[in-house]
Design a protein around this ligand. Sequence first.
Ligand SMILES: Cc1cc2nc3c(=O)[nH]c(=O)nc-3n(C[C@H](O)[C@H](O)[C@H](O)COP(=O)(O)OP(=O)(O)OC[C@H]3O[C@@H](n4cnc5c(N)ncnc54)[C@H](O)[C@@H]3O)c2cc1C
Length: 526
Amino acid sequence: MIKPAIVIADDFPQVLQKLRNDLEQKYSDHFRIIGANSGQQALDQLKQMNLHNEPVALLLVDEQMPEMGGSEFLKEARDLYPQAKRILLTTYADTHAAIQAINSVADWLASYHPPFAALRVIDHRWSPRLHEIMDFLARNQVPYQWLDIENSKEANHLLEQLGLDDKQLPVVIFPGGSYLVNPTELQIAEKINLKTHAEKPFYDLIIIGSGPAGLAAGVYGASEGLCTLLVEQEAPGGQAGTSSRIENYLGFPAGVSGGELARRAVTQAERFGAEIVTPQKAVRVEVDGQYRGVDLADGLELRCHALLLACGVSYRKLDVPGIDALTGAGVYYGSSIAEAMSCSNEDVYIVGGANSAGQAAIYFAKYARQVTMLVRDESLAKDMSKYLIDRIEHTDNIEVKTCIRVVAVQGKRHLESITIVNDKTHEEKTLPATSLFIFIGAEPCTSWLKGVVKGDEKGYVLTGPDLVHEGQPPKGWPLEREPFFLETSVPGIFAAGDVRHGSIKRVASGVGEGAMAVQLIHRYLG
Ligand SMILES: Cc1cc2nc3c(=O)[nH]c(=O)nc-3n(C[C@H](O)[C@H](O)[C@H](O)COP(=O)(O)OP(=O)(O)OC[C@H]3O[C@@H](n4cnc5c(N)ncnc54)[C@H](O)[C@@H]3O)c2cc1C
C-alpha cells in the first residue's frame, strides 16, 4: 500500500530542508514526505499524484512564495485533495493572510493556536481576582502564564523591576513589557485588542449574548445579509464555552471542548461579517417606535430593527454561611482548565448531580488525587445522562456521596473545610477541603429586562404560544397577528436558548433556536 503523502512547499531551500528533516524524523514510518520549492511545483506534483490515485494527508505551505502564494495554492489543491489537512505558514502578525485563507480555503483559523504570547499574570493562588482574570483570558482564548508570587522567583523579580509590591496584586504584564495593576477585564481586553465597542450606532439585528444560541443567530443573521452585532458580557461560548467536553453535539463523534466549539463558531460568525463585542454588557432595552434600543455598559446607546435576547442563564449561588468570603479562594462556580491544573494531586469536592457536575468530575479526575461528588438526591440517575454516569462509575478516583448537602464552609484566607449533612441519617461532618466546585443549577440572566418583556415566575422570558391565553395575545400587544414562536411580548424582540421559558437546555437546542429566530426575524422585518 502507498503511504499517504505530506507535501511541503517553501521557496527558501534551507527552510524546506529543515521542515523535511523534521517531518521525516517523526513521520516517515507512516507518511511519504515530499518537498517542492514553489507553489506551482507542488501543484504539478499533486496533479501527478492525483492521476495515480495516490493519497495525500497534509499540505504544509509557506504563504510568502513568489508567483503562487500559499493561500492560492491551497485553494487550487482543495479541488484535487479536498480531504487533505492544510497548514498555512505565516508570520504571527499576518492575520490578513489567515483571514483571507480561511475565507477561501478552510477553517484553518478555527483550529489555529497562536504561539505562546508572553502575557503574564502575577498573584497568589487564592486571589479571587486572579481566578476571574484567568477565567476571562482562558475563555477568550488568550494564552497566558500565571506566576505564583508565593513560589516563583521570576514573579518577585518582575515586581521588583516594576517598582511594585505584593499589595498591588494582581499585576498583568503584556507582551512588550507594559503592565496593569489590578485591571478590569475591559482594560485587559483593550490592551490585547479584543473588540470592546460597537462600530455603528444602528444594526439590523442586535443579539445579546454569544452562547450557542447567540452565535448561531450571528452566523445565520450575518450570512443572510443582516447587519448583525453580538454583545457579550464575558466571553463567546456562554455556558457551553466552560464545558471540558461536549459529547452529545451532532457532528463531533469524539466530543469537542466548549472552548473549541466557541472558537469555531466565532470564526464562522465573523467570517460572514457579524461584529462581536466583548466584554460588554447590555444594561437596558427600550422601545423607540419601530426601532428597538439597547444601552451598553460603556454608555453607548444602540438602535436596531430587531433584537434577540440570547442571554442564557448563570450559575445559581449556594447560600450557606461563609461562602461569599471564600468565593474565588477555594470555592468556585463552574470550572476551568486553570483550576484543574492547580488542583493537581489534591482532593476536590464537587456539589451537584446534573450533567455539568458530571463532566467536571470526569475532567478533574485527570488531575486531582480524589474527586468527591456531593449529591442532594438519592442517585445520579435523576438529572444526569447515562453516558456520564457510566463514565463516573468507571473512574477509580471519583466517589459519589448521595443524600448530602453542604451546609457551611470555613477558612481564613482560603477554603480550609466544609460542613456536610446526610439527609437520611442527619449526621453532620466537617471535612478538610481546599477546593469546592459548585454546579447547582442556574437562573436566567434577565434582571435587566424587568418591565420590558414578560417573564415567568422564575424570570425566564415568555415567547410565542406561551403568551397567548384563550386565543388572546398578551396585554398591550399592539398587532393584529399573534406573537411569532420565539417572539416576546414586545414585537421585534425575540428570545432564544436557555433564557426562554420552556426551552430545552442543550447546546443543540440553543443552536436550533438561534437559527430559527433569524427566520422569524426575517418574517417580522417583512
Ligand atoms: C459546564 C456545562 C456543561 C454543559 N455540557 C453540555 C453538554 O455536554 N451538552 C449539551 O447539550 N449541553 C450542555 N450544557 C448546556 C448548554 O451549555 C446550554 O444549554 C447552552 O450553552 C445554552 O446556550 P445559550 O446560548 O442559550 O445560553 P448561554 O450559553 O448561557 O449563553 C448566554 C450568554 O449571554 C451572555 N450574557 C448574559 N447576559 C448578558 C448581558 N446583559 N449582556 C451581554 N451578554 C450577556 C452570557 O455571558 C453568556 O455568554 C452544559 C452547560 C454547562 C454549564
